[in-house]
Ligand binder design. Structure first.
Ligand SMILES: [Zn+2]
Ligand SMILES: [Zn+2]
Length: 331
């Protein structure tokens, strides 16, 4: 089959690779839409995962079932599905406590096993979910939306009236749209990029330029402040905007080893909650509901639809200015 393969650190190529060999518990998915994620670039360069190459990357994908293993009874050929990429051991302490995304032996399709930038992918039946009437492209957002929902799960949304989200890229915007489905209407996006801010406004979100005097008006006033940039200087500034009793969510992936300074006295006195969340924890069904609740507008977060051959350059050099969610699609 045709696939993108990570051959070694920093080396991605498009070409022919062996077809997947499904087990009895697997379905074979003919991939129809597969999203590029910043994590894919981190995996290629050894900053995430266990760098066991060769590897077919891609952990945000949907498709059509074309074969089922002997033990598969819940799915049939022709079903449209999305993949939950994560698999866990079930035995370690986090798994026993239901925090499977923190499994000591966490694996994932597209990270430690072959994933979705390929014509076909063999996936355990436990890791696939029917997408109903959603399009393959929109349903390919279920994994990032699942991560967003896991993030939102770290805060008590009943106590949140307003949110400030740094980073108006696809993840920040998905965070905003998902928060709105939870009844939070006063949401403002912060970004350096004017086009992204203009896009945020078309979703009826507030938009403020990073570093502007307007942004300073938010100081000490926001119940939920989110980093969706992974930029360390942004992470450093989040507490300044947080209202007393408010929440900070570190959602962007900052470089390993970089640090910020916080004042324990301020966290104590202002009763702040600093939270982080990693990946998703069985959030795909809820993510599909959220995608339906957001409605068709969500497809405006997809900026590029490319054949599989066009994906390697996005994985190699990062994404060009103006791009949002980039998908590999096949008819
Ligand atoms: Zn991802
Ligand atoms: Zn485990």
């Amino acid at each position: 089959m045709e696939a993108v393969t990570y051959e070694a650190l920093g080396q991605a190529r498009y070409g022919t690779t062996a077809d997947p060999e499904p087990s009895e518990e697997d379905v074979v998915v003919r991939v129809r839409a597969s999203g590029v994620c910043h994590t894919d670039i981190d995996i290629l360069h050894g900053r995430y995962g266990n760098s066991t190459f060769p590897l077919v990357p891609g952990h945000e994908y949907t498709g059509e079932i074309v074969a089922t293993g002997a033990s598969v009874h819940r799915f049939a050929i022709g079903d449209h599905v999305v993949v939950d990429p994560n698999f866990h051991c079930g035995n370690c302490r986090p798994c026993q406590r239901g925090q499977t995304n923190l499994c000591e032996d966490l694996g994932a399709y597209g990270v430690t096993r072959n994933g979705g930038f390929a014509e076909f992918s063999a996936v355990d039946q436990k890791n696939v979910f029917g997408i109903g009437n959603l399009s393959f492209e929109v349903a390919a957002l279920a994994e990032p939306v699942g991560c967003v929902l896991n993030g939102i799960g770290a805060v008590d949304t009943d106590k949140i009236e307003n949110a400030l989200i740094f980073g108006a890229g696809p993840i920040g915007l998905l965070m905003a749209l998902a928060l709105r489905t939870r009844g939070i209407d006063d949401i403002t996006m912060v970004d350096l990029d004017e086009d992204r801010l203009a896009l945020a406004q078309t979703f009826q979100l507030g938009a403020v330029a990073a570093g502007s005097s307007e942004l300073e008006k938010y100081a000490g006033s926001v119940d939920m402040v989110v980093d969706a940039t992974g930029v360390i200087s942004v992470a450093q500034g989040l507490i300044d905007y947080t209202a007393n009793g408010g929440n900070v969510l570190f959602f962007g992936v900052c470089p390993p080893g970089e640090t910020i300074q916080v004042s324990p006295q301020e966290i104590f006195r202002r009763q702040l909650r600093l939270a982080g969340t990693h990946s998703l924890n069985h959030n795909i069904p809820e993510a599909l509901e959220t995608i339906n609740a957001i409605g068709p507008d969500i497809s405006r977060l997809i900026s590029h639809r490319l054949p599989l051959t066009g994906i390697t350059e996005f994985l190699g050099h990062g994404r060009p200015a103006g791009s949002l969610k980039v998908l590999a699609v096949t008819d």
